[in-house]
Design a protein around this ligand. Structure first.
Ligand code: SF4
Length: 339
């Protein structure tokens, strides 16, 4: 059986259920890289140029890990745009080229250009071309693609209902998905129903690929839950809530992920539906430096919702992060008592 390697990194957290479904429907076996370890991160750091952001360095490490698994193909799509008039950051646009230039002796890389900004002209032709590697029958490819889109929509629904990507993808892997886990209609009700009296509600905002990698994020979700907080993530807010928040901006932000983060932050500030916000950014990320600064300034000006700003890089120490989280949670708890 043909094996397709998919790095457990970057857009894995956004699209993996769809990619897995597509390739499996075409008769291939999907092989994931291992969960992040120090060795995986170090091997990525070794090949990356210094100014590369942390998540891309990590992506290289996952590619290296897959190389050692003797797969037939590596899947690295070039995702330019997933919404009209918005783009992903340039690193995603150049990802397959950067990998091929920096890393030697890789298995053949399967490309797929995704660019909704251009009305996705020729997209289906590219899908059929990709499918041809596995089947001469275009109908089979079309069915696989349709099923993949359905899987993606189911996945997004599960996130809206309260799963974090990490929880959902892990349970997908060990076959223990419980559709009953959070049986709520929308994120606000979800948050309310998960709440037990006196529990704090903390929003954790940042890139999915940082927050859901427990090595990189130092298991921030678990740490906060252990401190007695309910957490809310960007994925648990609907697109329309995020857009409502982003409508406070004087000028549009063209980076999809940046807009989602700032939209979520401003929405939470307007709605006051959480007790505090933890914003996690990557060292070396251009979009984060702008978005992070805008969020920080706005929160400081309004002074209605506490914000903790955390920057992650490959040298971040767990003890330092834990201390800052504990101090933040104590401060939020005190605020709540005295309010
Ligand atoms: S948005 Fe930032 S963290 Fe993400 S890939 Fe681009 S530069 Fe790196």
């Amino acid at each position: 059986m043909t094996t397709i390697g998919i790095p457990r990194s970057l857009l894995y957290y956004n699209y993996f259920p769809a990619w897995k479904c597509f390739f499996e429907e075409l008769g291939a076996e999907v092989v994931l890289s291992d969960k992040t370890t120090k060795n995986i991160l170090d091997s990525g750091v070794k090949v990356a140029v210094d100014e590369t952001c942390l998540p891309v360095k990590l992506f290289y490490g996952h590619v290296q890990n897959l190389k050692e698994k003797n797969i037939d193909y590596l899947f690295i799509p070039r995702v330019v745009s997933v919404e009209k008039k918005e783009y992903l950051c340039p690193k995603f646009l150049g990802l397959p080229n950067m990998v091929l230039n920096l890393m030697k002796d890789l298995p053949p890389v399967l490309h797929l250009d995704i660019d909704i900004s251009k009305k996705n002209k020729g997209f289906y032709r590219k899908i059929y071309k990709l499918g041809k590697l596995f089947t001469p029958n275009p109908l089979k490819t079309a069915v696989a693609f349709k099923k993949a889109l359905k899987k993606l929509s189911e996945y997004q629904q599960q996130l809206l209902m309260g799963y974090t990507p990490m929880e959902y993808l892990d349970s997908l892997e060990n076959g223990s998905i419980s559709k009953q886990k959070y049986d709520f209609k929308d994120s606000k009700k979800n948050l309310d129903k998960r709440e037990v009296p006196q529990k704090l509600k903390i929003a954790v905002l940042g890139h999915s690929y940082n927050l859901n990698d427990s090595y990189i994020s130092m298991d921030i979700y678990k740490k906060l839950r252990d401190m007695g907080a309910n957490i809310l993530t960007t994925e648990m807010l609907s697109q329309s809530d995020q857009e409502k928040g982003a409508s406070n901006l004087k000028k549009d932000i063209f980076w999809t992920f940046g807009k989602d983060i700032i939209g979520s932050a401003y929405y939470l500030l307007d709605q006051q539906m959480v007790d505090g916000v933890v914003l996690v950014v990557s060292f070396g990320c251009g979009p984060d430096s702008l978005v992070g600064e805008m969020i920080e300034r706005t929160f400081k000006r309004k002074r209605t919702l506490p914000l903790l700003f955390l920057t992650l890089d490959e040298h971040s120490g767990e003890a330092g992060v834990l201390t800052r989280l504990e101090a933040f949670v104590d401060m939020v708890r005190l605020n709540k008592k005295t309010a």
